[in-house]
Design a protein around this ligand. Structure first.
Ligand code: ACO
Length: 320
């Protein structure tokens, strides 16, 4: 039994923030942002992570005509949850008003969250434990931006993507997930909480803002992207000619273009949505998948590849 993606849904907030909008609040310009990142605009949400995730699931259910009562488990990938508890997945389940007490939980693997989620879903289906799973990537990164830091504030956006995965005779072929120690603190999002008890010293990891050493992340991302893409095709006795399309995590066009150049793959195989969405972390791959789903035919082979805070990274090869 394999885990097959049946369909995908998405939620992208209405509010689009252009590079020009950023020039009104900080010392930046459209040329720098476009040249260094490929991003022209991004969407900022006025609803929280769980509501975006719920909207993506509603869009998915509408597309598939799948009866929500047949969902057996809900998993949400996010590094921007509404709260420590309940989890975003718990809140999505509550919003769906299901009659059964099905399990739901979150996964946090930063921008690699969706690949980590796929690995979990693959295991749950291949083992025969579950047959109908909803996997969501939902992120509200705009709320964690430091608008005094022009090198990170312009990179991120909000959104959510959701997939329905079912047991089938074809589907996910292989998923590889990894975690390299972030020794120099290349990406951090502190919780911003001043933990005070009558018995302990205050501990605060810093304001709840994305902090990133851009060049360190750039080097890490290009290296693991290239290595993972090679690894997954070789391991499965394929070549890039066998792959219909590759959906990379949408962090920076230069990272994607570098991988394309080093691997000698045709650029047309890469799905790129970051120009109008920015980096939506664990939501970026399902949202990009939604953008091309009408072009996919049964049996097409796809690769998803991601990297992010942690430092996490992962790749998944599947048949549509
Ligand atoms: N507008 C104008 N100038 C800027 C801006 C801006 N928004 N941001 C930085 N600069 C300036 C800097 O101040 C610096 O000026 P200086 O030379 O006078 O000191 C100059 O541009 C160069 O800065 P660098 O940091 O060296 O620029 P770089 O080419 O490395 O680009 C960037 C920065 C875009 C962040 C790049 O390093 C990058 O994309 N890294 C990878 C980030 C990434 O992929 N993150 C996603 C993974 S993590 C996750 O998804 C959670």
């Amino acid at each position: 039994m394999k885990a097959r993606i049946i369909d995908v849904g998405k939620y992208v907030p209405n509010l689009s923030i252009s590079n020009e909008d950023f020039t009104k609040i900080m010392d930046t310009n459209n040329e720098w942002i476009v040249q260094r990142t490929g991003i022209s605009s991004r969407h900022f949400s006025e609803i929280n992570t769980s509501e975006m995730a719920y909207q993506a699931v509603l869009n998915l259910l509408e597309n598939t005509k799948f009866n929500k009562e047949d969902i057996e488990i809900i998993i949400v990938c996010t590094c921007t949850p509404d709260a420590y508890s309940p989890s975003v997945a718990n809140l999505v389940k509550k919003k769906l008003k299901l009659s059964k007490d099905i399990p739901s939980f979150d996964i946090n693997a930063a921008c690699s969250g969706f690949i980590y989620g796929l690995k979990v879903v693959q295991g749950l289906i291949e083992s025969g434990l579950y047959q109908n799973i909803i996997l969501v990537g939902s992120e509200n990164l705009s709320k964690l931006l430091n608008f005094d830091d022009r090198s990170t504030a312009v990179l991120f956006g909000d959104g959510a993507g959701a997939i329905l995965v079912q047991g089938s005779n074809q589907g996910i072929i292989d998923t590889l997930i990894y975690n390299k120690d972030d020794i120099n603190g290349a990406i951090n999002i502190p919780n911003g909480i001043n933990i005070e008890t009558p018995f302990t010293n205050n501990q605060c990891s810093g304001p709840a803002h994305i902090q990133m050493k851009g060049q360190d992340v750039f080097k890490f991302a290009t290296k693991v992207c290239i290595n993972m893409l090679k690894e997954i095709v070789v391991k499965n006795n394929l070549t890039f000619n066998d792959i219909k399309c590759i959906i990379p995590h949408q962090a920076n066009l230069r990272i994607i273009e570098y991988a394309i150049k080093m691997l000698g793959i045709n650029k047309d195989k890469f799905v790129i949505t970051l120009e109008s969405l920015g980096n939506t972390s664990s939501a970026s791959i399902p949202i990009a998948l939604d953008s091309i789903k009408k072009e996919l035919k049964k049996g097409d082979k796809l690769i998803f590849v991601a990297f992010g805070g942690g430092l996490t990274y992962g790749v998944s090869l599947l048949e549509w």
